[in-house]
Design a protein around this ligand. Structure first.
Ligand code: GLC
Length: 409
């Protein structure tokens, strides 16, 4: 009985998420000053005292979170997940349990407050990323066994900060944990006898979160499954645990090779690939969380802006094939992928072979077909399991993905 109730509550809770399908991830913090990605403190073993000096310098003159929100909206994104604190331990919010915050140092600003306010104004759902990992705490590296007292302090600090984030900023839509590690292979024994969720007291933590924010969606990175799974840098298409219909998931993906701003990283994915990735997620009933890594001054790298605007142009006429859609009763064969909503299937044509397309097997009867962007009619012939779409315009209409809307009988 209770289980059914819990299930029904969850279904209700995750409804908007499954309809939204497309969100923005933002990695921004002190590491943006160094411009070598968000792992720079650990990868270069920068002593924490030296790293802390960056906080004095952090004064992002051009930070305008309203602009971030309008760009997300222009791209067709429905929610934003913002790094309130990453593994370096620097809080972009006011905290009673830390002095290493943006409010108590150089900038004297509460960026989480500004972010939340801007999202509310723009009517974008609000996601908060919080790292359970804090590299400044030796306890984190030692694990809970070596020094249980120190570990307890770390866990208390984490719980207090999550409580602050869930209490001080009004309604929050997504809590996006990160950073609970696997037992470090080079420190065998550090985590013995503790499952990770016991170590972080995740059950207790999330119970508190749900009490404060009953509607919030919680991701799976506190080592409890909660509301949705978070495949990172890949898009699952076959894994049964992820494709299970009642298990929402969201792939988070970077536009180049880094989450945080990296000056030397020019390995940008093409707009075409990003649109295909979005469609690929939706075609397997998942969400796509696409990252930007703003610079220290708060501006977004030009290649990211360009791509988001291009995606937005495509979304403007094709978003119907994304929002509220899921996997379709038949696949796109060699031309592309399919998404579906109710009695409509959207065929995403990434590779148009010419004036005619054939996909198979299609076991459903098609009533009509149109180009989604223009409404132009497409002729349909069905021969057994083979569906032919004929007399297509010679030139592919969309440089990235021409969507054909198929109405099923
Ligand atoms: C990883 C990384 C982190 C990044 C995150 C995004 O856990 O440690 O830097 O924020 O993935 O999914």
């Amino acid at each position: 009985m209770e289980n059914n109730l819990k299930k029904a509550e969850k279904t209700k809770r995750v409804k908007w998420f499954g309809e939204a399908r497309f969100g923005m991830f933002i990695h921004w913090g002190l590491y943006s000053i160094l411009a070598r990605g968000e792992w720079v403190m650990d990868l270069e073993k920068i002593p924490k005292e030296e790293y802390a000096l960056l906080a004095k310098k952090f004064s992002p003159r051009k930070f305008n979170v309203n602009e971030w929100c309008s760009l997300a909206k222009e791209a067709g994104m429905k929610y934003i997940v913002f790094t309130a604190m990453h593994h370096d331990g620097f809080s972009l919010f006011d905290s009673n349990v830390s002095d290493f915050t943006s409010v108590k140092t150089g900038s004297k600003r509460d960026f989480v407050a500004e972010f939340v306010e801007a999202c509310r104004q723009a009517k974008i759902k609000i996601g908060i990323y919080y790292s359970l990992r804090d590299w400044r705490y030796p306890a984190f590296f030692n694990g809970p066994m070596k020094n249980p007292k120190e570990w307890k302090k770390l866990v208390e600090y984490v719980h207090s900060q999550v409580k602050e984030l869930m209490s001080n900023y009004g309604k929050i839509d997504v809590l996006w944990y990160d950073g609970a590690p696997l037992p470090p292979p080079d420190r065998p024994g550090a985590w013995d006898n503790f499952t990770l969720q016991e170590a972080w007291q995740s059950k207790k933590l999330n119970k508190m979160v749900r009490k404060l924010q009953p509607q919030v969606l919680i991701n799976d990175r506190s080592k409890l499954p909660e509301d949705f799974a978070t495949p990172e840098q890949y898009i699952p298409t076959a894994a049964p645990e992820i494709r299970a219909p009642d298990r929402p998931w969201e792939s988070c993906v970077t536009m180049n090779d880094n989450w945080g701003y990296s000056k030397a990283d020019s390995n940008w994915k093409s707009t075409r690939q990003l649109i295909q990735d979005l469609v690929r997620c939706v075609s397997s009933s998942g969400n796509f969380l696409l990252n930007i890594g703003p610079k220290q001054d708060g501006t977004i790298p030009v290649p990211s802006v360009k791509r988001l605007k291009e995606i937005g142009k495509w979304m403007k006429v094709n978003s119907e094939s994304i929002y509220g859609c899921r996997s379709a009763p038949f696949r796109g064969g060699m031309v592309g992928l399919t998404t579906a909503k109710g009695n409509t299937v959207y065929l995403h044509v990434f590779r148009c072979p010419g004036k005619e397309i054939c996909i198979a097997p299609v076991k459903r009867k098609i009533k009509s077909a149109h180009l989604l962007a223009t409404g132009e009619k497409v002729s349909v012939v069905q021969n057994g399991e083979r569906l032919f779409l004929k007399d297509l315009p010679k030139k592919q209409i969309d440089p990235y993905d021409t969507v054909i809307k198929l109405r099923l009988v």
